[in-house]
Design a protein around this ligand. Structure first.
Ligand code: DUC
Ligand code: ZN
Ligand code: ZN
Length: 472
């Protein structure tokens, strides 16, 4: 199939210019001015519209078991919500259990492949470390997996020596290590004390996870990366001002450390957890303060932070009440599991479909970031860092024709009825947005047209990633 996107304004991470895009099959064939439509080509008129690479979300958790339930978007519903939010590629996570890593990857494919509606990959969680696991890491490259994630919190955290060994092994293979940076030992102590003192409300989720733990874990991670021979390190879901300071410090010393924040950390604070429906904001790491929001924004504006991801991991607020989803009633246990005890609230928020519309209005329309920064942070940088570029995250001849056509004039009152996540709430309820997706193409096929869904389970494909990606 041949498609010509006519008369749009193209926005890449580096440039803004008027051009047409010719798509042959799944790939961009040509970009230029006044391209003639080949016979039989479908023509999409993009005049007055902006044309960007499809969004890449490097941090999602679909179908993730947690706290006696499961995140409420699976690999189909989450991909559909992503597509409605302008995203054409997601990178999720393979959980490690006691099986060999390849078995975990196989189990992941069994859950994801037939449900996928956009293109996807996965990072490998390393939550158990021994010589056998070390020997198995190179197998991941054969599977097209070129990144591993480690934790300094939760029961799945590794001790510092193991963290350093993971980073060293990853570096030797051209892989990136992702780090969830909090202090698990301190959190365990503070949670125990809070429960003993009868503090059970959602705000205590935040109060038992102080930002100092995140700050020192970013510095510790960076120091370990340095001692691992300069291992590329990517700090996920940065949420605290001090973390950005530590990232800046590490980068100023030439360390290959990069950072990601997520929209929720740019807007919300611990005060949101104090509301009657505060459980909606419970995720880890938690919401912080206005000063933290502001420092994160500056980190984005100044390029200290390279990526906006989402950490999409939704749960129902009230999983006893069914919602309509594609004509069926669906209820999945959610935040109500922790109504009497914050430690029982499943951790996580919806977000995969919110990132682009929310950041366009709050970042670009407000003048905080340029449209090119918007594309860099949401599309191109994650693709580059994780070995997907230039197949993904780019408007270039030869790239996959994953294209987001954006209507900068469209006004939307955002909320749960607009976002397509399979959950019963949205953090941005009632927000007035200017600028919204018009069409989304996945490898040359229109999968979202206005408000119409044209994608399907199995329409997405696992993307094999390349090692030795650049450090940005
Ligand atoms: N934090 C969450 O809130 N949910 C999923 C995983 C994570 O790190
Ligand atoms: Zn995490
Ligand atoms: Zn996460």
């Amino acid at each position: 199939m041949t498609t010509l996107i006519k008369s749009g304004t193209l926005i890449t991470a580096a440039e803004t210019f008027q051009a047409d895009i010719l798509i042959e099959g799944e790939k961009i064939a040509l970009i230029g001015e006044n391209l003639a439509a080949p016979e039989g080509a479908e023509v999409i008129d993009a005049s007055g519209k902006l044309v960007m690479p499809g969004g890449v979300d490097a941090h999602t958790h679909f179908d993730l078991p947690m706290a006696g339930t499961v995140s409420s978007d699976d690999h189909y519903t989450g991909h559909k919500a992503a597509a409605f939010g302008g995203v054409t590629t997601v990178i999720d996570f393979v959980s490690q259990d006691t099986s060999p890593l390849l078995k975990n990857v196989e189990m992941y494919h069994e859950k994801a492949d037939a449900r996928a509606a956009i293109d996807f990959s996965a990072h490998m969680n390393i939550t158990r470390w021994d010589e056998q696991v070390e020997r198995e890491i190179p197998d991941l490259l054969d599977e097209g997996i070129t990144s591993v994630k480690v934790f300094t919190a939760y029961t799945m955290r590794l001790p510092d020596g193991a963290l350093m060994e993971v980073m060293r092994t990853a570096r030797s293979l051209g892989m990136v290590t992702l780090l969830h940076a909090e202090n698990g030992d301190v959190i365990d102590l503070l949670v125990k004390e809070a429960l003993e003192q009868g503090h059970l409300t959602p705000e205590w989720h935040a109060l038992t996870r102080p930002s100092w733990g995140a700050v020192e874990a970013v510095l510790r991670g960076s120091a370990l990366a340095a001692q691992a021979g300069g291992a590329p390190l990517y700090i996920v879901h940065m949420n605290a001002a001090g973390e950005v300071d530590m990232l800046e410090y590490a980068r100023s010393r030439g360390l290959p450390v990069m950072g990601e924040t997520c929209p929720q950390y740019l807007f919300f604070t611990v005060d949101d957890l104090r509301k009657p429906d505060g459980a909606k904001w419970v995720c880890s790491p938690p919401m912080r303060t206005k000063e933290d929001n502001e420092r994160l924004w500056r980190g984005l504006e100044q390029g200290t932070i390279q990526v906006v991801g989402t950490d999409h991991c939704p749960f129902f607020f009230d999983g006893t009440q069914a919602i309509d989803y594609e004509g069926e009633k669906v209820a999945i246990p959610g935040k109500e599991l922790g109504k009497d005890n914050f430690t029982k609230i499943p951790n996580g928020l919806p977000g995969v479909g919110d990132r682009l519309p929310i950041l366009w209005t709050t970042g670009v329309v407000s003048g905080r970031i340029t449209p090119n920064q918007f594309v860099a942070l949401n599309c191109t940088n994650p693709a580059r860092i994780f070995g997907l570029y230039p197949q993904k995250g780019a408007l270039l001849p030869g790239s996959d024709a994953d294209i987001l056509i954006w209507d900068p004039e469209r006004k939307v009152k955002y909320g749960v009825n607009v976002a397509q996540h399979r959950t019963d709430y949205n953090l941005y309820e009632g927000w007035e947005l200017t600028g919204f997706r018009d069409k989304v193409l996945l490898r040359g096929k229109v999968i979202v047209d206005g408000d119409e869904w044209l994608g399907k389970p199995g329409g997405g494909r696992f993307v094999r990633r390349a090692p030795y990606a650049p450090v940005l």
